[in-house]
Design a protein around this ligand. Structure first.
Ligand code: NAP
Length: 165
């Protein structure tokens, strides 16, 4: 019921990770209207709600997934690229447009012997090589993750204190 309400723009609990991303876009004054947004991934918790919410913000949205043909041709058109694939450094510099806004949702654990935990988190974007091309890019860790936590707390508070529907 909640997903249905979200899809038609009724009051609802907005999916946490996409809501955190929308908050980032808002706080950095990034225009969505008329922009070409490409969402990599179509999961129920990130890709699909993200695409739906960007559509509601008047972006022109494409969704890519594992069966997408010529994926780089599509990502290169993106003014705003949201990567939620779960493959470390999947998005390379030649897949993004100059000046694009890049939102990296991915958090893949990669082995790292220098860490006490034995791993570090790696995003879906090849940050080092992609960052110089972008107008904005979120880091991993420290970008989308904390925003997801804040959004979950917000939804929890709303659920405890308001009747949304
Ligand atoms: P998921 O359910 O595994 O979905 C991954 C999506 O990526 C699927 O739609 C899949 O396509 C697509 N995909 C896989 N390989 C691909 C390829 N080679 N080319 C194009 N698309 C491909 O993952 P998720 O739950 O959305 O999470 C994605 C990543 O974000 C993970 O690393 C996860 O840990 C991270 N995450 C982070 C946060 C945060 O707060 N930072 C929150 C949620 C998730 P198909 O549908 O065709 O299989």
């Amino acid at each position: 019921i909640n997903v249905g309400r979200m899809s038609i723009g009724l009051p609802c609990y907005v999916s946490a990770t996409p809501n955190g991303i929308l908050e980032l876009l808002k706080r950095y004054n990034i225009e969505t209207q008329g922009k070409k947004c490409v969402v990599l991934g179509r999961s129920n918790i990130v890709g699909k709600p993200m695409a739906m919410l960007m559509l509601a913000r008047n972006a022109t949205v494409s969704i890519c997934h594992s069966k997408t043909v010529n994926l780089a041709e599509i990502t290169k058109q993106a003014d705003i690229l949201v990567a939620a694939v779960g493959i470390a450094k999947f998005v390379k510099a030649d897949m993004v447009k100059e000046g694009a806004v890049i939102i990296d949702v991915g958090t893949t654990r990669v082995p790292d012997a220098t860490r006490k935990s034995g791993f570090r988190l790696c995003g879906d974007v090849d940050f080092k090589n992609v960052a110089p091309k972008c107008s904005y890019i979120t880091p991993v860790p420290g970008g989308v993750g904390p925003m997801t936590i804040v959004s979950l707390m917000k939804n929890t508070l709303l659920a405890a204190t308001h009747k949304i529907y």
